[in-house]
Design a protein around this ligand. Structure first.
Ligand code: ADP
Length: 217
């Protein structure tokens, strides 16, 4: 059983690292951003509200995110653990997660923190493209991460998209939310001795190997 949290500023490489770890350990990668985005594509009032909120770069309200997460981690594929990407994002969510897990006799095993500076993150955001079908992530400015055919997914051949919130203005709002709301979460897990810190500028495979060393201990 491995219950792992991944925390990082936007564009630090959480998604890519999560994919590698999720394949290596055969546990689901649960991204609250992805769960919320999927819900936001439903053409109803809630979907439209969600889309507006996410486009602005603001955090979605805690009750909504916690309900979405609770439902997801109660699925049968989560019984051997999971990798949480993008949750908890504020201290209230961290307390809620503790309560949800302790109700079923569980706790978080590891918290992986990827750190990256503002300018590197901004550069990554403006080049990021993703596949709406299989979730693969690319970067048009990075030789190692460019798709083989421009705008087309290497894995499943679907046309790639740029997320509505991947622009400079929204990025600033997302980064500010991170500093204000998520840094206290990092401190919370540091105090609990659960935190393992990595340099987000390294290649994801390299970080994944270092994370594996810790998970094997
Ligand atoms: P990034 O980490 O690059 O900001 P995500 O896909 O994790 O991208 O999140 C996209 C958006 O989804 C966030 O800007 C926010 O609006 C919403 N979101 C995701 N996770 C949470 C969360 N735990 N609490 C509140 N809002 C969230």
């Amino acid at each position: 059983m491995k219950n792992i949290i991944l925390i990082a500023p936007p564009a630090a490489g959480k998604g890519t690292l999560s994919d590698i770890l999720s394949n290596r350990y055969n546990i689901p990668h649960i991204s609250t951003g992805e769960l919320l985005r999927e819900r936001s594509y439903v053409d109803d009032e809630f979907g439209i509200d969600l889309l507006c909120m996410m486009k602005s770069g603001k955090l979605v309200d805690d009750d909504t995110v916690i309900n979405v997460l609770k439902e997801r981690i109660s699925s049968s594929d989560c019984k051997n653990g999971y990798l949480l990407d993008g949750f908890p994002r504020n201290i209230n969510q961290a307390y809620s997660l503790d309560n949800i897990l302790s109700d079923v006799g569980l706790s978080i095993d590891y918290v992986i923190y990827l750190d990256i500076d503002y300018n590197t993150a901004l550069e990554r955001i403006t080049g990021r493209m993703s596949c709406p079908k299989c979730g693969a992530i690319y970067n048009k400015y990075n030789m190692l991460r460019k798709p083989k055919v421009e705008g087309i997914c290497d894995r499943c051949s679907s046309p790639l998209i740029t997320r509505a919130d991947d622009n400079e203005d929204t990025f600033k709002q997302r980064y500010d939310s991170y500093i204000e709301c998520t840094l206290p979460v990092i401190e919370y897990y540091r105090q609990k001795n659960k935190l393992a810190e990595f340099d987000g500028r390294l290649e994801s495979e390299q970080i994944a190997d270092m994370v594996s060393d810790i998970l094997m201990r």
